[in-house]
Structure formats: structure tokens, C-alpha cells
Design a protein around this ligand. Structure first.
Ligand code: FES
Length: 766
């Protein structure tokens, strides 16, 4: 066996920057890191190629028999090598050091650095294989021989199983390369190649082969069409698409939703799809996020799957059926709207004409959208409709959506058109169901967080991604529906918000809760990715927003997901069936309320200690049915809910961070209001979908709320939507929202000196 190790490492900084994005801003931002990491590779990376030449003894249908008795099998290989009398087998690697660095950066959350290292590693591997190709073709050229482009196991001709035969021939263990049971090499940045050699044909000029390479969107790649069949539940879609189309981008374009919280950055590992046919070779990010079993089954990440051949896929998620909280608190439900008017002494708007008049209350949430159709004369809700916010295909949370507008010149317009088109579809459905037309809709009141309202209006929200998070507008806005493309007859009113991260969903919820009318103190918390909260009474209110992270929305949790059919939504270890799923479907993941219960139960049964450390099986003594669920994986304990769905140490930490941030926000508000005796808080209102489904006992057990709140917590469901409805039927309610906005003092927690202390004090579990 021969070994080549005299490679010079040269990586073009501009090529790496190009991979990070075309925009100048992007390039400027990451330039220093790219330089630094290229420098690092020059010191620590030591590439090797081990190789050997073998004579071909026979070429048969789909087979090559070599002089060393190895039989290589693959589709069309007999044709590919038909002019060759020999082959060169080679395995190239750039060593394990870069794998370790990438893993470390991902673990510590420096994803960009990890991705940059990944790109640099790929480039080095590509450059050493090119160098090897050129050297070999030069040597062979002296004997009038040519060299074919290489084939690698896993590409179009050879299956991955052929990897073993190359290993058997070359024994690359000598240069530190090993093969696992799924035929994947370690280090990850390694590649095996088979070149044909013979007289009578010319060596191609470039080492790059379009047919076999996996670089998507290459300008030289022939634009072949392939068939893509997609199965989702009971629906099947068929498309003709260009070869090398990225699967996630295609699904987005066709508005076929799959979870992709990191917006295709390859960080979250949630965009899993099952390839029934045409499974692409696994990429590094697939290997990073998927288990061996998943890789073997044909599961891949949609964001890294560039379709090279016709494929049939099955979508694993059924998330179009998200649980949506459409109703508000009991006293504000439609049936008791008259009672609401008494409570707030609201005057109904007078409608003079005798013709019917309708209005819409619209709540645009980051995850869901709800529209209420109201009869403006009677002040009654006629109908309602809800669905997942279709902008979700561009990112699960507001930060990834803002990022989408930064990364794509058309991003803002795409997001604006998406939400307007969705609202128009929903309005059409409501009108059809109720035998009215959009011309009958005279007013629309819209509420949402500040980012959603900016996107709805098509106004840039880039400044909301960086301190001091200044929105373009927070005041009430009134505009003709047609001017923003909404298919209604009258005005669209956007209720006022308070700040970049305290939007009109909170001011509207304040109205619906009635807290701005009360003498006693109330705390209102809207639990989402940002825990928005307000504490006060009719005299004054203080609001803030904590970057709680999306743990309670199921994101950032290994098996976390939105509240969809099959999501584990409650956990109780004292029951025979320790968990329940939404719709009693087979468990496919765990949503926020399940996550909350699970941590509370793990702590109650002492499977985790007060610091959040998960105990090992030998440290705990539990009933058999629970004990056998605790297992060690990769040296760390985890809790198994099903054979595959596990809750890990990292997941516990995510919950601790979210809980610590929310509790710290509450403590800061209490301090700012100088409230020491918690009995002064008369009501604790929890708004939003998660608040409605969460188990209050679990929230107290993990210290999300002080235990003194035990009997005062009231879930008020979609209070934002309820506030929108009240504003639709009453001018007075609208005035109240605008007045209360003026009484709300906004507190920016990132500038608050004590927030960090409160946060650290509340990370542990009681
Ligand atoms: S890994 Fe996050 S979208 Fe694919």
C-alpha cells in the first residue's frame, strides 16, 4: 500500500465566504472567523491518502473482479470501466482533529464556527483529492494511459456496502481511518475513491464529475428533470423537479410544511424525512443529527438533501393539525359577550344601515393564526377558523424569520405575501361557510407580536434582531384592507403594542383580562419563545419580555415538537400509561406541556437533582417500569419515553434556562413594583396556547412560578384574540387599549442590572 502525505493546505477564503452567502454584509461578518479557522487548519490538519493499483481480471454485468480476489458490484460499473484494464483504489482523509473541533463548536452553541470549519474541511478534502488525481494522471500520461473520474461508494454507481471491500483491500487503519457498522468512515472528513485506468482514452481535464459529485446548484450541472413523490398522511403529491433541487427549499416553495426551526441552517435536526426510494447518500449534517438506525432506514434531513435522482418520500410530521387555542377565558367567551360589555361598560358601535355587517378579529401568532368572524350589530361571534402560520416554513420563531428577511433580498416580501395570502384563504373559507362575501366585512382588528405585525405590513424588522430592538411602529395603525392586499371591504386596524418584544398581543390580552380596570395587582404572562409579561393595576403597569427560548414550544428539545397529533402532551409516572399523546395517536415527539410535566416528574421521582443533573441508573431506585426507562447513551443518562423518544440531559438544561428566564422576569417585575408580599397579587393570568395546556401543578413544582401563586393562576387561553374581538365591537375598548398602552412602562431586561442574578438564582429546580 502506498501513502501520500505531502499535501500543502491551501483554502481560498473567498470560496468559504461564498458558501456562507452572497451578500456583502454576510461576508464582512464572518471574514475574521474564516481567516482564523483556515489558519488553524494549517497547523493542525494532516491529510493522507492511502492507495493501491489493481488489475481488472474480469468485467461482468454490474461486476468487476480484481486481481486481489475482490469483487466490486454496482449499477453500470461494467460500462463505466469498460475501457480500463486496472483501477486505483484510494482513501483520503484529513484526520479526526477537524471532526472534534466541529463537534465541540456545535456543543458549545457556536454553530457558525462549526459550519465554517465544516466547509473548510470539505474544501481541503476536495483539494487533496484533486491534487492526487492530477499527480496520478500525470504519471499515467507518461505511459500513454488515461484515468477515469472517480466513483465512490454511496454515489450513483456503488452502494455504501462496497466500502468494506475497499477497506479490506487498503487497510486504511494504518492512517487512522475506521469503518462502522453502517459503512460510514471515521474521521468523517474522509472519502474513498475508485479510478479506472487504461490505454485509449483521455483523462478528463477536471477531477470534478457532475454525475457523481454532490455539490448542489453547480452551474455546470446538467439541468435534468426528476420525479418527486411526496406522501403525507392520506395525501400524495407528485412533482417534476430539477435534479439537485434542495428538498427543504422545494417543500417551502410548494407550501408543504415540515418542521424546520433553524430555517435550514442544519442546526436543529428537526427537518427529518423518510426516503422510501431514491435515498441520497448521508451528508455530514445527517450523520451529526441522525442515529445509525435512522440513517439505515433512509431518514435524511430535508435541508441537506439535494435530490439527485427520482425519489419518493414520506413526511414524518403531521403538523398541519396544530392544537390552536381559539377560545378565551370563560367570562370572555362569545356566549357571554354581553357580560363582557357589562364588565367593561363598553358601548357597542351603532350601525345605522339595515344590511348585515361583519367584522374580523385576527390574531397572528408566530405559530398559529386565528380569525373570528363577528356580527357587528349583535356583538356576537358567528364563526372562527384557525391554522398554523404558513410563514413557519421560513422559520419556527421570530428570530429565524427576521434572519430570513436579512438573508434573502425578497425575504420580507415573501413573508408578507405568505401571511396575506393565508388570511385571504381563511377569510374566503369563513365567508363561504357563512354565506357572506368579503364585501360584507367592514372592519378587521389585527393583533400580534411586534415582529408579526411588521411582517404583515411588509415593514422591515431587521432592527428588532439587535439591541436596542427598536420597532418601526408600535402605535395603532389604520389602513384600508385593499392597500395591503387583504380581501375585505373596510379598514384594517392594528392595535398598538409597547416595544419590540411586547406587542399588541399583550396589550390586547390586558384588555381581555380586565387587569387594567382593577385596583388590586395582577400578573399576566404570555408564555411563548419570549415570555411576555406585565404586572400592575389600573394605576400603572410594568411590562417586559424574557428571552425564554423555545423549550416550552417543543423546540431545542431532542424530541420536541409543536402540539400536533401524536405529541406527548402530559406525563404522570404514577399512572400505568406514563404519558398521553394528543389525539391518542402513536407518540412521535413531545410538546411543551409534556416537557414541563416530564421535568416535574423526573424531579419528583428524584431522577434529576436540584441542579438539574440527571442521575445514572445505579444512583436511583425506582419501580421497575420506571427504572428500565433510565439508560446510558454515549456515556450520559437519558430517560426513555418510548423505544426511540428519549429525554436527555441537554433537554433538562434547556428547560432550566427557559424556566430561569421566566421566573427572573417575574422577580424583576415584583421588585420594580416593590411587591414583597406575594399575597398582594390577586390574579395570575396565563395567556396563550401553552398556558392553556400546561399543568399548573407542574409549573409550580419546577419553580416556574412562586408556590404562593398556587390558587391564583388562571389560564385565559387566547386572550389576545378575545381583546381583538372586543375592540371590533366597541370603540371604547379600542380607546382602553390605547390608554393602557400609555400607562405601561416597558422594562428592557438586557439592561437590567439584577436580571442576571435573578436568572442564575432560579436556574436550579426546587
Ligand atoms: S436541520 Fe434545521 S431545518 Fe434542517
Amino acid at each position: 500500500m502506498k501513502i501520500k502525505d505531502d499535501f500543502a493546505i491551501e483554502v481560498d477564503e473567498n470560496e468559504i465566504l461564498k458558501l456562507l452567502g452572497d451578500e456583502k454584509k454576510v461576508k464582512e461578518k464572518w471574514k475574521d472567523i474564516v481567516k482564523e479557522e483556515i489558519q488553524w487548519t494549517k497547523t493542525y490538519i494532516k491529510p493522507f491518502i492511502i492507495y493501491e493499483q489493481y488489475k481488472i481480471i474480469a468485467l461482468e454485468k454490474q461486476q468487476i473482479i480484481l486481481e486481489n480476489q475482490v469483487l466490486l458490484e454496482g449499477k453500470g460499473v461494467d460500462k463505466y470501466f469498460d475501457q480500463c484494464h486496472g483501477i486505483i483504489m484510494a482513501i483520503a482523509t484529513i484526520g479526526k482533529e477537524i471532526d472534534e473541533r466541529i463537534e465541540e463548536e456545535f456543543k458549545t452553541g457556536d454553530y457558525i464556527r462549526g459550519i465554517i470549519l465544516d466547509y473548510i474541511g470539505n474544501k481541503i478534502l476536495e483539494s487533496i483529492t484533486c491534487c492526487f488525481f492530477e499527480e496520478q494522471s500525470h504519471l499515467l500520461g507518461q505511459s500513454q494511459m488515461g484515468l477515469t473520474l472517480p466513483l465512490s461508494p454511496g454515489d450513483l454507481h456503488f452502494s455504501l456496502a462496497e466500502q468494506k471491500k475497499i477497506f479490506k483491500s487498503l487497510q486504511p487503519e494504518k492512517i487512522g481511518i475506521s469503518l462502522n457498522e453502517t459503512d460510514m468512515m471515521t474521521p468523517l472528513k474522509s472519502i474513498s475513491m475508485i479510478y479506472g485506468l487504461g490505454k485509449g482514452f483521455k483523462t478528463p481535464i477536471s477531477h470534478q464529475s457532475c454525475k457523481n459529485c454532490q455539490v448542489a446548484h453547480c452551474t455546470y450541472y446538467p439541468k435534468e428533470k426528476i420525479m418527486l413523490t411526496i406522501h403525507r398522511q392520506d395525501r400524495t403529491y407528485c412533482f417534476q423537479v430539477k435534479a439537485k433541487t434542495n428538498l427543504l427549499e422545494f417543500l417551502r416553495k410548494e407550501k408543504i410544511w415540515i418542521e424546520s426551526p433553524c430555517n435550514g441552517a442544519g442546526v436543529c435536526g428537526k427537518c427529518k424525512v423518510f426516503f422510501v426510494e431514491g435515498v441520497p447518500p448521508p451528508m455530514n449534517l445527517d450523520r451529526l443529527h441522525l442515529t445509525k438506525e435512522e440513517l439505515q432506514k433512509g431518514i435524511r434531513l430535508a435541508c441537506v438533501a439535494d435530490l439527485q435522482q427520482s425519489a419518493t418520500i414520506r413526511l414524518l410530521q403531521q403538523s398541519e393539525s396544530i392544537q390552536v387555542m381559539e377560545t378565551g377565558m370563560e367570562r370572555h367567551q362569545e356566549k357571554s359577550i354581553e357580560a363582557d360589555q357589562r364588565i367593561f361598560r363598553l358601548k357597542m358601535k351603532g350601525m345605522n344601515s339595515t344590511s348585515p355587517s361583519y367584522g374580523l378579529g385576527v390574531d397572528i401568532g408566530t405559530t398559529t393564526v386565528v380569525i373570528y368572524l363577528m356580527d357587528l350589530k349583535k356583538g356576537q361571534t358567528i364563526d372562527q377558523i384557525s391554522g398554523a402560520n404558513q410563514q413557519r416554513v421560513y422559520g419556527a420563531d421570530i428570530i429565524t424569520r427576521i434572519q430570513y428577511t436579512i438573508d434573502n433580498p425578497e425575504g420580507l416580501s415573501i413573508l408578507q405575501k405568505t401571511i396575506v395570502a393565508q388570511l385571504n384563504q381563511m377569510i374566503e373559507a369563513l365567508c363561504y361557510q357563512n354565506a357572506i362575501t368579503p364585501l360584507d366585512i367592514h372592519e378587521v382588528v389585527v393583533v400580534g407580536n411586534t415582529v408579526m405585525l411588521h411582517l404583515f405590513f411588509g415593514v422591515s424588522c431587521v432592527q428588532l434582531a439587535q439591541a436596542p430592538y427598536t420597532p418601526v411602529f408600535t402605535e395603532e395603525v389604520v389602513i384600508k384592507g385593499r392597500e395591503i392586499g387583504l380581501n375585505v371591504n373596510g379598514d384594517v386596524v392594528l392595535l398598538p403594542g409597547v416595544a419590540g418584544y411586547v406587542g399588541s398581543d399583550l396589550t390586547s390580552a390586558i384588555l381581555a383580562s380586565g387587569m387594567a380596570e382593577e385596583k388590586g395587582y395582577s400578573l399576566l404572562v404570555d408564555l411563548g419563545t419570549n415570555g411576555e409579561m406585565v404586572l400592575g393595576n389600573r394605576d400603572q403597569m410594568i411590562a417586559c419580555s424574557t428571552a425564554a427560548g423555545p423549550a416550552f414550544e417543543g423546540t431545542n428539545i431532542t424530541w420536541g415538537m409543536a402540539g400536533v397529533l401524536g405529541a406527548i402532551c402530559s406525563v404522570d409516572f404514577s399512572k400505568d400509561h406514563v404519558f398521553q399523546t394528543i389525539g391518542h395517536h402513536k407518540a412521535i415527539g413531545i410538546c411543551g406541556s409534556g416537557v414541563l410535566d416530564l421535568v416535574a416528574q423526573l424531579r419528583k421521582y428524584e431522577m434529576i437533582d436540584g441542579t438539574g443533573r440527571m442521575k445514572k441508573p445505579e444512583e436511583i431506585k425506582l419501580p421497575k417500569n420506571l427504572q428500565e426507562r433510565v439508560q446510558i447513551k454515549s456515556g450520559a443518562p437519558e430517560f426513555l419515553l418510548t423505544e426511540t423518544i428519549a429525554f436527555t440531559q441537554k433537554d433538562v438544561r434547556e428547560v432550566q434556562l427557559a424556566k430561569g428566564a421566566i421566573r427572573a422576569g417575574i422577580e424583576v417585575l415584583l421588585r420594580e413594583q416593590r411587591i414583597e408580599n406575594l399575597k398582594q397579587i390577586q390574579h395570575v393570568y396565563i395567556a396563550g396556547g401553552f398556558g392553556n395546556f400546561m399543568n399548573v401543578r407542574s409549573s409550580l413544582d419546577i419553580g416556574l412560578f412562586p408556590k404562593e401563586f398556587a390558587n391564583r393562576i388562571v389560564s385565559i387561553g387566547n386572550a389576545a384574540g378575545m381583546g381583538a374581538k372586543l375592540c371590533l365591537i366597541s370603540e371604547e375598548a379600542r380607546k382602553k387599549v390605547n390608554e393602557s398602552k400609555k400607562r405601561i412602562q416597558y422594562l428592557e431586561l438586557s439592561n437590567h442590572v439584577e436580571f442576571q442574578d435573578y436568572f442564575l438564582n432560579n436556574i436550579n429546580l426546587p
